[in-house]
Design a protein around this ligand. Structure first.
Ligand code: GAL
Length: 388
């Protein structure tokens, strides 16, 4: 009898294994998020127009699916039932109608909220309302939830995010769960069963070298991804934050670097620019099929930093069918010349054809070494196909 009781107590004290909807993000999610450009200045027309452009521009065909409405969509208070509602001035048609519109375009609908009491902009957070909110999101047709970490007080991150993950599961609608906890509690160590992606850092900003109190330039966000590759894979991704590609604070090479490095890192590709003002050069970057195929490779490997010379990094991503992607990044302020000796890449076996993604052509094989110039803050992105 005593043994039976002890066994029962043991079972009761082990936390239930987290359940999440499996298979929603077998490759890194792709889409657009309102925050990097618009912050809280969002509304229904803007989101619908963005959905239209995502389709018309060819971004949908290139793989972008999720339209995620970030902070700023909510009314300042819950209603008398404790339910969340959109700000009636910004979203007069309501979130269900917006979701229906986005779905009618063959796209998916994402929304933002926060695991704390309030969002970073003081709107109602989800703490203590997880099951009620999850049912609300499901009833609106939400497909993706980005869940922030402001105003969390003394809450335990793992427990809090698990509660919301369980609530989403219980609500019954498959919803991608994106943890936005800024990497504070090393979510890569515990979030694989809870969500589909987790932020690894504080906020990105559209600046290469900036280092603010709350946000970081591209250069620093990139550095912080080193070593996290072992935690990423199908359905559980490291998220170095949304893209700044095309935003005014980045030069064209910096935008190209942002996109290319996110591709080799198997990072979620959430565009964060104003699609209404996108130049053809930026659209070409965001829809480059070869770069996206590297990102979406089903093996789901995140690139590791193969070499770090001052001002020059090499990121290497293993792909299916014995292919490799190699991304050289010049973080210095001058053009540098790469002297590529293929023998230095110990993982290569035999001879490979080299495809240069941004030149969009084959540039020969690994049978001979080569020198290539790489402009300041730019990348060279190569895809190696085995010849035998
Ligand atoms: C931050 C988050 C940003 C954005 C913002 C909204 O915590 O990292 O990506 O969602 O909150 O207030």
């Amino acid at each position: 009898m005593i043994i039976k009781w002890i066994a029962m107590l043991l079972v009761m004290s082990v936390p239930a294994t987290a359940q999440k909807f499996e298979g929603l993000a077998l490759t890194p999610p792709m889409g657009w998020n309102s925050w990097n450009t618009f912050e809280v200045h969002i509304n229904e027309d803007l989101i619908k127009e963005t959905a239209d452009i995502l389709v018309m521009s060819g971004m949908k065909d290139a793989g972008y699916r999720y339209i995620v409405v970030d902070d700023g969509w909510e009314a300042p208070e819950r209603d008398i039932n404790g339910d969340l509602n959109p700000d009636p001035g910004k979203f007069p048609g309501g979130m269900k109608a917006l979701a229906d519109y986005i779905h009618s375009k063959g796209l998916k609908f994402g929304i933002h909220n926060c695991a704390g009491n309030t969002t970073c902009n003081g709107l109602p957070g989800g703490r203590g309302h997880e099951y009620q909110d999850a049912r609300r999101y499901a009833s609106w047709g939400v497909d993706y939830l980005k869940y922030d970490w402001c105003d969390h007080g003394t809450a335990d991150a793992r427990e809090t995010y698990k509660t919301m993950s369980d609530a989403l599961f219980a609500a019954g609608r498959p919803i991608i769960f994106s943890l936005c906890e800024w990497g504070n509690n090393q979510p890569w160590l515990w979030a694989g069963d809870i969500g589909h992606l987790w932020r690894t850092t504080g906020d990105i900003t559209d600046c290469y070298n900036c280092q603010g109190e709350y946000d970081l330039g591209l250069r620093f966000i990139i550095q912080l991804q080193d070593g996290l590759e072992k935690y990423a894979g199908p359905d559980h991704w490291n998220d170095p934050d949304m893209l700044e590609t095309g935003n005014p604070g980045l030069t064209l090479p910096e935008s190209r670097s942002n996109f290319s490095i996110w591709c080799v890192l198997a990072a979620p590709l959430m565009a964060g620019n104003d699609l209404r003002k996108m130049t053809p050069e930026i659209l070409d970057i965001l829809t480059n099929r070869e770069a996206i195929a590297i990102n979406q490779d089903p093996l789901g490997k995140q690139a590791y930093k193969y070499m770090d010379h001052p001002g020059k990094q090499i990121w290497v991503k293993e792909m299916t069918n014995r292919r490799w992607a190699i991304c050289y990044h010049n973080s210095s302020d001058q053009t540098v010349t790469l002297r590529i000796n293929w023998r230095h890449f110990g993982f290569l076996e035999g001879e490979y054809e080299i495809f240069d993604v941004w030149q969009d052509k084959s540039i020969g094989t690994t049978s001979r070494n080569r020198n290539m110039d790489i402009a300041s803050h730019d990348v060279i992105l190569l895809k190696l196909h085995p010849l035998k």
